[in-house]
Design a protein around this ligand. Structure first.
Ligand code: GLY
Length: 370
């Protein structure tokens, strides 16, 4: 078992990582229940895990009520938020209660946001069941829904009280989803941990094949990295937390071009986006062509896209950069980019000219077509 603490003073919380934890979740949740019925919010795809969780709550003497939402990004909407907050209020949720978010990033983001506004903020617990949610979105308190203007544009920082991670939930996750989540794992190596990138090169295949030790190590290591960064810069004001956005600006443009659909999963967009961030860094003379080749070779080896065409996006630079202008990181008309001086040497550059990024994306497209 690994226990990682996200150190945030009075709002500090633990992330527990353990194989089989879902079946023992009741022991950890009972102290938060205050003898009251706990609401569990989940989606249709997570039903088998819901049964395990409810059985473990019953065994710990805790009653629970499930709210089951439709799966998919469409649930991160005003309409579902309204439905969910009404249900939570109907259940009589109090500020001191803890709502359980059981599922992937969509459920975690939606439930977290609902809990940030119900009665001006109630407690919640994250039980992430996808790799992406386990290593990224369930930790750190970013919550959001999508709006007409774009993805994740309406939300709040609201930290969970506890995060329970059971890597065995990945046993039933489609391989494509595990791979997409893996992009956020290797991201931690690329940001500031060259040794972990080397570990990823050596162990990614085993992890994707379901090797329990590799999986658990990667998840715990990733969460520890994120916990350190969040503790240093909870509200993304100093530039430290912004490092977690490596690959996300390029990736966001690719995802937007794919209509934020299953054509390109978030992690797939991030993978191609990280390759582009390294490619652009090399073009600016910041890192070497060998760095780029090493990053792209690793992504390709595990079946993740390492370019826009590999992600089946053939839009030109102007179109992709237009998508970037809707990025919520826009700051007084400029867009900070995450660039790299090498593997494990990522930094924020606020002086990137979008016209130059447009040229770079057009060059990449021409090279792929040649
Ligand atoms: N997913 C990036 C962050 O939590 O800051």
């Amino acid at each position: 078992m690994s226990i990682i603490t996200v150190e945030l003073g009075a709002r500090s919380y633990k992330v527990i990582v353990e194989n089989g934890l879902l079946a023992r979740a009741g022991e950890h949740l009972a102290p938060l229940s205050r003898g009251r019925t706990m609401a569990i919010v989940t989606d249709e795809n997570v039903r088998p895990h819901l049964a395990t969780l409810q059985a473990s709550l019953s065994a710990a003497g805790v009653a629970s009520e499930a709210i089951i939402l439709p799966p998919g990004e469409g649930s991160k909407s005003w309409a579902t938020l309204e439905l969910l907050t009404d249900r939570l209020l109907d259940l009589g949720i109090e500020r001191g209660d803890h709502v359980i978010a059981l599922g992937g990033g969509v459920i975690g983001d939606l439930v977290g946001f609902a809990c940030s506004i119900v009665k001006r903020g109630c407690g919640f617990v994250q039980i992430p069941t996808t790799l992406l949610a386990q290593v990224d979105s369930s930790v750190g308190g970013k919550t959001a829904i999508n709006s007409r203007a774009g993805k994740n544009l309406v939300g709040a920082f609201h930290q969970p009280a506890l995060v329970l991670v059971d890597p065995t939930t990945l046993d039933t996750l489609p391989l494509r989803q595990v791979r997409a989540g893996y992009a956020e794992v290797v991201k931690y190596g690329l940001i500031d941990d060259f040794e972990f990138f080397e570990w990823c090169e050596a162990n990614a295949a085993a992890l994707l094949a379901g090797d329990a030790d590799a999986r658990t190590y990667a998840i715990a290591h990733s969460i520890a990295a994120k916990a350190r960064i969040v503790a240093e810069d909870e509200y993304e004001t100093t530039g430290k937390r912004a490092l977690l956005n490596l690959g996300h600006t390029f990736g966001h443009a690719l995802e937007a071009e794919a209509g934020f659909s299953d054509r390109l999963l978030h992690g797939e967009g991030v993978a191609a986006g990280m390759a582009l961030a390294f490619g652009y860094s090399a073009r600016r003379g910041l890192c070497t062509g060998q760095d780029v080749a090493r990053v792209t070779a690793h992504l390709r080896a595990i079946g993740l896209p390492d370019s826009a065409p590999a992600a089946n996006i053939n839009a030109d630079g102007t179109t992709l950069v237009a998508h970037m202008l809707h990025d919520k990181k826009m700051d007084a008309g400029t867009l900070p980019f995450l660039l790299a001086r090498g593997i494990g040497k990522t930094f924020v550059d606020k002086s990137v000219e979008l016209a130059d990024v447009t040229r770079f994306l057009d060059e990449q497209r021409e090279m792929a077509a040649a």
